[in-house]
Design a protein around this ligand. Structure first.
Ligand SMILES: CCCCCCCCCCCCCCCCCCCCCCCC(=O)SCCNC(=O)CCNC(=O)[C@H](O)C(C)(C)COP(=O)(O)OP(=O)(O)OC[C@H]1O[C@@H](n2cnc3c(N)ncnc32)[C@H](O)[C@@H]1OP(=O)(O)O
Ligand SMILES: NC(=O)C1=CN([C@@H]2O[C@H](COP(=O)(O)OP(=O)(O)OC[C@H]3O[C@@H](n4cnc5c(N)ncnc54)[C@H](OP(=O)(O)O)[C@@H]3O)[C@@H](O)[C@H]2O)C=CC1
Length: 470
């Protein structure tokens, strides 16, 4: 019997960000391995015209939860969705709900965040910093709380090259920033943002660093741990390979390349592609929750969950395998035959953008106009190139993350826990993982029918553009 799975039995667990990519996989694993847990409280806001209940039903009815329904048939009764907006005071939680959360919660997993690179400083601070402070305040009033697990990112200190499992101080105190955002108007905030974020590449990574500082400052006597994943990718093994549900990180690039929109990118081929499967991250989170609650380390431990130092893959290898997979399982109705070039030279990159991206988009829009249709390709291409430019920082550099705490934790697990909550990324076979990843993007994101593959392959054979060697 797994010690970790048994630990979560009978527990009341509070998850923020449960409707997000990581949150869903976390809930799935919890229900599957500890079906006797008492309840999972999730803080949810209504969204896109859906009520809280509709959002929960949609998640539980998805393919991701198919196995859970076999193991835990009463899963619907074990999820308690609580109306909450983390942007508001006290999260706009009702008094009764707040009372229940304060008196019953045993473990908190704080996953909610804005992960947009282009968010406003005001909104990103509100969600990634102030809301974290507010949640810690709530946690300090929970008599039954055993552990508070805060999810950060391995890139919260990406202004450094070597990153240890410690909390680094930020140049400006989070409290000062929170206070000043209360009275500064948006125009002034926009003006001072570059000065504040200094050598961080975007507001997201900067506010995640501030969030960690808040955790350190407001930890009181709580049992806290911080987890820093690198680029979270599709599932590796559980509940099945290749599950993915948003267009963040590599996902959007895989779609754009597979559909033939994107054919060149400014990337350093030998830079480490530090992708980490989402199920690996979740396994570590659950192991950390157990360890923090049971072993009560004296200080807040930081855990890196990255792939680069244990089992490195680079962008070249990843790109080659992604392209090879498009040959076997092409996406439907591509704009052009998928092709790819990596260049680390800015001039060459601009050349490719003009010749291989903007010009074909303009020509295609002319064709649409001539045939009486609305032009759309130039707009789409501009948006895509803007997205790519925001990711460039991360695909042209490599970082070294130390993983002493993560390795220590692995050695603390029983053989059974090492199997059930496997976060040993050395066992990952990249070629197999990437193939499943691309297949997952096709199935779960693009929702393309696998029966269409032979036809798509035939179409690909007829197009003559050769693949580049990257
Ligand atoms: C050609 C060469 C390639 C050759 C090789 C082949 C591929 C090889 C694979 C390798 C790829 C290499 C690139 C990988 C780069 C990875 C770097 C990642 C770095 C991460 C570092 C930090 C990690 C983290 O800690 S956090 C997670 C990362 N966060 C993000 O990734 C967020 C980044 N995104 C943004 O900030 C924004 O989305 C932005 C600014 C990029 C774009 O904003 P914009 O306003 O233009 O668009 P959106 O509003 O976001 O959406 C556009 C469009 O999509 C719809 N949409 C949004 N979300 C979803 C969803 N979940 N599912 C489905 N659809 C979604 C949205 O509704 C919009 O549609 P409309 O119809 O237009 O409304
Ligand atoms: N994905 C990645 O590559 C990486 C992610 N991380 C970290 O992991 C965590 C989870 O990321 P991920 O799952 O990818 O992100 P998602 O964007 O998929 O999920 C974000 C979650 O936060 C919730 N949320 C956002 N704003 C509010 C609000 N005002 N009130 C209530 N809930 C809100 C969202 O709810 P809603 O559904 O209503 O929008 C959603 O559930 C984050 O802390 C992120 O920084 C770290 C490294 C890499």
């Amino acid at each position: 019997m797994s010690t970790i799975a048994a630990f979560y039995g009978g527990k009341s667990i509070l998850i923020t960000g449960a409707t997000g990519f990581l949150g869903k996989v976390l809930m799935e694993k919890l229900f599957r391995t500890s079906p006797d847990l008492k309840v999972i409280y999730i803080l949810v806001r209504p969204k896109a015209g859906q009520t809280l209940q509709q959002r929960v039903f949609q998640i539980l009815d998805s393919k991701l939860f198919e196995k859970v329904k076999e193991v835990c048939p009463n899963v619907h009764e074990k999820i308690r969705a609580i109306y909450a907006d983390l942007n508001q005071n006290d999260f706009a939680i009702s008094k009764e709900d707040m009372q229940e959360l304060l008196s019953c919660t045993n473990i908190i997993f704080h996953c909610a965040a804005t992960v947009r690179f282009d968010d406003t400083l005001r909104h990103a601070v509100q969600l990634n910093v102030t809301a974290t402070r507010q949640l810690l305040l709530m946690a300090s009033q929970m008599p039954k709380l055993e552990a508070f697990i805060h999810i950060s990112t391995a890139y919260s200190n990406c202004n450094l090259k070597h990153i240890d499992e410690v909390i680094y101080p930020c140049p400006v105190e989070p409290k000062k920033i929170i206070d000043s955002l209360e009275w500064l108007d948006d125009a002034i905030i926009d003006e001072i943002t570059p000065k504040l974020i200094r050598d961080w590449p975007n507001i997201y990574t900067y506010t995640k660093a501030l969030g960690e500082m808040v955790v350190q400052q407001e930890s009181r006597n709580l049992n806290i741990a911080i987890i820093r994943p690198s680029i979270v990718g599709a599932t590796w093994q559980e509940p099945f390979p290749g599950w993915v549900d948003n267009i963040n990180g590599p996902n959007g690039i895989i779609i754009a390349t597979g559909k033939g929109f994107l054919r060149a990118i400014k990337a350093t081929p030998m830079a480490v592609a530090d992708v980490i499967p989402v199920d690996t991250v979740v396994n570590l989170m659950l192991a950390v929750g157990w360890y923090t609650a049971v072993h009560r380390p004296k200080s807040t431990l930081v855990y890196h969950i990255t792939s680069g130092n244990m089992n490195p893959c680079n962008w070249h290898k990843m790109g080659v395998q992604v392209l090879a997979t498009f040959e076997k399982i092409p996406f439907e109705r591509p704009f052009r035959r998928p092709n790819a070039n990596f260049t680390s030279n800015s001039f060459t990159s601009q050349y490719w953008n003009a010749v291989s991206h903007r010009a074909p988009a303009i020509i295609y829009d002319c064709y649409l106009r001539l045939t009486g249709r609305k032009p759309r390709m130039t707009k789409l291409m501009n948006r895509l190139l803007r997205t790519v430019s925001m990711l460039e920082y991360f695909i042209n550099r490599s970082w070294e993350w130390s993983t002493y705490n993560t390795e220590m934790l692995m050695s603390e697990l029983s053989p059974e826990d090492q199997r059930v909550f496997n976060f040993d990324v050395r066992q990952l076979n990249w070629l197999e993982y990437i193939e499943n990843y691309v297949l997952g993007v096709k199935k779960y994101l693009l929702k393309e029918d696998m029966a269409g593959i032979p036809k798509a392959k035939q179409r690909l054979k007829r197009s003559c553009t050769p693949y580049s060697t990257l």
